[in-house]
Design a binder for this molecule. Structure first.
Ligand SMILES: N[C@@H](CCC(=O)N[C@@H](CS)C(=O)NCC(=O)O)C(=O)O
Length: 209
């Protein structure tokens, strides 16, 4: 088994934090996205979408998508549970994780990829070269602000994003908040519940994965 990884990118970090919380160590191979290693014929054969993370199992199965890789390890190593402890909790965790990915993580990705000069002609990851849309970058920055406010309202009610227990929703939200720094956005001081949560989840050893 091995994980195709890249330490400079947020999506594989979601998996590394998840593995660290589970106490799982597996071999990794660094795919240097800055040097274009994701677009080589060798890596295209691994993942035609040209993205990391990819988990390769011993039987050759390749699992792309960070959340799908997390799902695999949740099933093989159930403790500690990071995707819910029963049917109700699992659905609540999935709901919040999806919201954090759509409203937080993807909003930051659109803001960055549609504005950074180095992403010119690469506004979406993958084999197709999409042009940047500057207005989409601006709208996405506004969405990131709304994401921080949504997190704050949620964290006024519970210790963690999906309730009283740390879960994969916290991991997606944490990586989204870190990623937002690349477009100079941070949780405002006024969002004190989100600030409290961010201090706590950042202090967990897994956050350094
Ligand atoms: N939905 C995918 C997204 C994967 C993704 O976009 N990965 C980025 C790094 S964060 C990538 O590989 N980008 C390659 C590129 O920009 O060419 C997942 O969750 O795994």
């Amino acid at each position: 088994m091995k994980l195709y990884d890249f330490h400079g990118a947020p999506s594989p970090k979601r998996v590394r934090v998840f593995l660290a919380e589970k106490g799982i160590e597996i071999p990794t191979e660094e795919v240097n996205l800055r040097e274009g290693a994701q677009n080589t014929p060798e890596f295209r054969a691994v993942n035609p979408s040209c993205t990391v993370p990819v988990l390769e199992l011993d039987d050759g199965t390749r699992i792309c998508e960070a959340i799908a890789i997390c799902r695999y390890f949740e099933a093989t190593t159930p403790e500690p549970p990071l995707m819910g402890i029963d049917a109700r909790d699992a659905a609540v965790v999935a709901m919040w994780e999806h919201r954090c990915e759509q409203d937080g993580y993807m909003a930051v990705a659109d803001a960055l990829r549609n504005s950074a000069p180095r992403m010119k002609g690469r506004a979406l990851p993958g084999p197709v070269g999409y042009e940047q849309i500057p207005a989409l970058a601006e709208r996405s920055k506004v969405r990131v602000g709304h994401f921080f406010e949504m997190l704050d309202r949620r964290l006024a009610m519970d210790a963690f994003v999906a309730g009283p227990r740390y879960s994969v929703a916290d991991i997606t939200a944490l990586v989204a908040v870190e990623f937002a720094g690349r477009v100079d956005l941070a949780i405002p001081e006024s969002c004190r519940h989100a600030q409290r949560w961010h201090r706590e989840v950042s202090a967990r050893p897994s956050a350094a994965a």
